[in-house]
Design a protein. Structure first.
Lengths: 719, 130
């Protein structure tokens, strides 16, 4: 019988060569020794803390190729070896039960040479060792890193890593809480793991031995042995037998026959395998545990209040409000500061003696575009810091528990409450926040519904239009538009659930113990995620801003700008909505960058007061920059207590001219259309990054159709 | 008719302390009901799982395997999810998903709905063969 362990590497290499190679770990083909470590473990086990402790400054995040699942990587040099660490999503079992878990096994098979670093939660030893046993059956070099040992000791459970190491047959190290000192132990263990794997290859008898404690019923073991030559590892043989993973047709056919035989003998292969692993894991855990006087998890006491039927929902509302406040209040002074930088840079350009076209390109396209991209940095960074904290501290799971009942009523999982709330501020961070939903189908439905919710960029437009047309009922109209946005978002979520039939995530999830995540991890992860967004969204935003600059810049032979010609050509399309003035329709074009830009566009076309940038001296600019920096720092501190009163000044000349160009019904239709049509370019870039160009295109078409129909309805029905 | 747990027809298994993984140590006439029917504070043992295979595997991985003991710590208001403790793990489960988990309960008072507060017919729920 061929040994499944010895076959493992060759077959896995073939599988990787067949195209499963990953994007996240670049192949290193230098003389320098290189190694890849794949971190595998259950969710909340502290894998990211470990990667942060070993190589945190090099942390990068990216989506696993072809999926929306985030994988963090970092490369570092330890004892002359270049080690690439790959932090795979948390998984309870190798055969996935969610979109996130689904990539763990393919990722491991795509790195056939990698060392598996199995991070195990010492406070849930028996459960985590089940996954460890599965991993040992892959027959790969592997190390077990025991995490949270001190917490386990606090709960009355002492551990004996050496006992575990002897029973499992793979190196086991206990990670100290100050993990920097644990790296050396881990590297030693990695060397031992590779050594024992090589010895194992030399001796067939040892190689085929299963871990001491793991014993399957004879019928299962024999069936798995017969399957072994068709699959890459013992784990694959057992998983094929249990119909957990799709494998080669040949293996599947044999597995079906074997399963029929087992069924006839009254054995359910899946249950029998799971039970054998569970028993072995319990035995291993009991053997490695010193004390038995278990104390309750201190989180239970906290949860008595946090998950209380009355206090819990109150805490949820307060928590959501605080998250919203911090995300936008802390970032706003910095967005203003970057706006100031943009003005100063434009002033400097104006002071230079440049050809007019170049100067216009520099200030109108380049500085404007870069400014738009950079203006998302503060809000995204703050959001990612908060999300990283909520996720790693175990709070997000409580949000899911408290909000699930209400959110299920609109067909969304409980965690979706956070993106929904954030999108009142800005859709872009809200779409980024959907990544905390486990199932891709849920993420997609939420992300497609979010652009309908009114963000803060749309508010200035409502304020201006309402002041111009219905001054007495301005507040009612603005509130109505916000409500309409929510209604459309909820209706969209329900519609997508019926029509798209995307798989829904399970509500079964762990409520992990509360934990204080390391600040360096939260900050580094937030920065890596912000950078990843800039890299993917920066190009498209620059492109669109440049395109709109070009539209305004090009003058046609008859003296009008290309912008005016395009707007006039589009105007008849909007006549059914009561919007026949080209200046109104034209305002919708640059508003694709950010919806508030509609005001600037209308000011330019109606009033003609295109504010020319005044030339600015270099030193004066530097002075203004320093002042702005101080002001932003001061505002960040004061904003922690409350919002600064940002006055929206309404341009009286513009409102007067607007009311001449539009009827009240037309103005209502315009606001509804502006609320719902094409999401802004940054939102589209976020959608493309998360779900691909096709879903971005879908969102454009869907939102515009809904916007047109509703705006038409409002215009037709307005008294 | 409520079952008389003390003098059931079939002889009750001697009440020994349950051993981990050794299966139920309760009278054969104890109540079997969906987990969703279990009230706050109720303790039970998993009898069987149903529903989508992916959900079943997830529940097994989270610790809700046949013969595992669990306790309902609380239920979120408005038919929200249940919070359970199974072994050392705390987990949440939607009420609709809990319908697919059959559990046996020693104390019928822990069951919320009257129709489930009686012993199942002989052989209605077979224990898994493992």
């Amino acid at each position: 019988m061929p040994c499944p362990r010895c076959d493992a590497e060759g077959a896995a290499t073939a599988a990787a060569a067949a195209g499963t190679a990953s994007r996240s770990a670049p192949a290193v083909a230098t003389a320098e020794a290189a190694a890849t470590w794949c971190l595998v473990g259950t969710p909340n086990v502290g894998k990211s803390s470990l990667i942060n402790a070993i190589a945190g400054s090099q942390l990068q995040v990216g989506n696993w190729s072809g999926t929306t699942v985030e994988v963090a990587t970092a490369t570092t040099r330890i004892r002359g070896t270049r080690i690439t660490l790959v932090d795979l999503p948390g998984a309870y079992a190798l055969a996935g039960t969610s979109s996130e878990e689904d990539i763990v096994l393919p990722a491991l098979m795509a790195h056939p040479e990698a060392l598996i670093v199995n991070v195990v939660d010492a406070t849930h030893l028996a459960r985590d060792l089940t996954l460890t046993l599965e991993l040992t059956e892959l027959g790969r070099p592997m190390v077990v890193a025991l995490n949270l040992v001190e917490q386990a000791v606090e709960r009355g459970v002492g551990l004996e890593p050496s006992t575990l190491e002897a029973a499992l047959g793979v190196p086991v190290v206990a990670l100290p809480d100050h993990r920097r000192h644990g790296t050396g132990k881990l590297v030693d263990a990695a060397e031992r793991a590779h050594g024992s794997a090589e010895r194992a290859h030399g001796s067939a008898a040892r190689a085929c031995a299963t871990p001491v404690a793991l014993a399957y019923p004879d019928a299962i073991a024999e069936a798995a042995a017969r399957l072994a030559s068709h699959v890459v590892s013992r784990w694959h043989a057992l998983a094929t037998l249990a119909a957990e993973v799709p494998d080669t047709p040949a293996a599947r056919a044999i597995a079906a026959t074997e399963r029929a035989t087992l069924d006839a003998a009254g054995i359910d292969a899946f249950l029998a395998i799971a039970e054998a692993r569970h028993r072995a894991a319990v035995d291993l855990a009991n053997g490695a545990t010193l004390e038995r006087a278990r104390r309750a998890d201190p989180s239970e006491r906290v949860d008595r209040w946090v998950l209380h039927p009355v206090l819990g929902p109150l805490a949820l509302v307060a928590g959501l409000a605080l998250t919203f406040h911090l995300t936008f209040a802390v970032s706003t002074p910095w967005i203003d500061f970057f706006g100031l930088v943009q003005e100063i840079a434009a002033g400097w350009v104006a002071a230079l003696t440049l050809p007019p076209l170049l100067a216009s390109f520099l200030s109108g396209a380049l500085i404007e575009g870069v400014g738009t991209v950079v203006s998302f940095v503060p809000v995204l960074f703050v959001l990612y810091v908060l999300l990283g904290f909520l996720e790693n501290a175990g709070i997000l799971a409580r949000v899911a528990y408290l909000a699930d009942g209400v959110m299920r009523a609109i067909g969304l999982p409980g965690r979706a409450v956070l993106p929904m709330v954030l999108s009142i501020g800005c859709t872009v961070p809200a779409i980024q926040a959907t990544r905390m939903l486990e199932e891709r189908g849920d993420r997609l439905r939420v992300a497609l519904a979010l652009p309908s919710i009114s963000c803060s960029a749309r508010l200035p437009v409502y304020v201006l239009m309402a002041a111009a047309f219905v001054p007495a009922y301005a507040a009612v109209v603005v509130t109505g538009l916000y409500l309409l946005g929510f209604v459309v978002a909820i209706a969209s979520a329900l519609l997508f659930r019926r029509v798209l039939r995307t798989p829904e995530g399970s509500g079964a999830m762990e409520l992990p113990s509360y934990r204080w995540p390391p600040a360096s991890l939260v900050l580094r992860l937030a920065w890596a995620r912000t950078r990843a967004f800039l890299q993917s969204a920066g190009g498209p935003i620059l492109l669109v801003v440049s395109g709109i600059w070009l539209l305004l810049e090009i003058t046609l032979p008859n003296g009008t700008s290309l912008f005016e010609a395009v707007a006039r050509a589009l105007a008849p399309l909007f006549a059914p909505l009561g919007l026949d003035d080209w200046r109104i329709v034209g305002a919708l074009i640059p508003a694709a960058v950010a919806k508030e830009v509609a005001i600037g566009s209308m000011a330019l076309t109606f009033v003609g007061s295109g504010e020319a940038t005044a030339p600015l001296g270099f030193l004066a600019g530097l002075g203004a920059l320093g002042g702005g920096l101080l002001e932003a720092a001061r505002d960040t501190l004061t904003s922690l207590w409350g919002f600064r009163s940002g006055g929206d000044e309404v341009d009286s000349v513009l409102t007067a001219r607007l009311s001449g160009a539009l009827t009240t019904a037309g103005a209502m239709a315009f606001m509804v259309f502006l609320l719902l049509y094409v999401p802004c370019i940054a939102t589209l870039a976020a959608l493309r990054k998360a779900f691909g160009a096709r879903w971005m295109a879908f969102s454009i078409v869907y939102q515009t159709t809904v916007a047109y129909l509703l705006a038409w309805g409002v215009y037709a029905l307005w008294p | 008719m409520k079952p008389d747990l003390a003098t059931g027809d079939s002889a009750p298994i001697a009440a020994t302390a349950p051993v981990a993984g050794a299966g139920p140590a309760c009278a054969p006439c104890c109540v079997v009901c969906p987990l969703s029917e279990l009230g706050r504070g109720g303790c039970a043992r998993v009898v069987s799982l149903a529903g989508a295979p992916r959900l079943q595997r997830r529940l097994m991985a989270l610790g809700l395997r046949p013969s595992a003991e669990l306790a309902v710590l609380r239920r979120a208001p408005g038919n929200g999810p249940l919070e359970l403790r199974a072994g050392t793990v705390h987990l949440m489960l939607r009420a609709c998903e809990a319908q697919d988990v059959m559990v046996e309960v020693d104390d019928p008072a822990a069951v919320r709905t009257a129709e489930f507060r009686r012993a199942p017919a002989e052989g209605a729920y077979a224990l898994p063969t493992v």
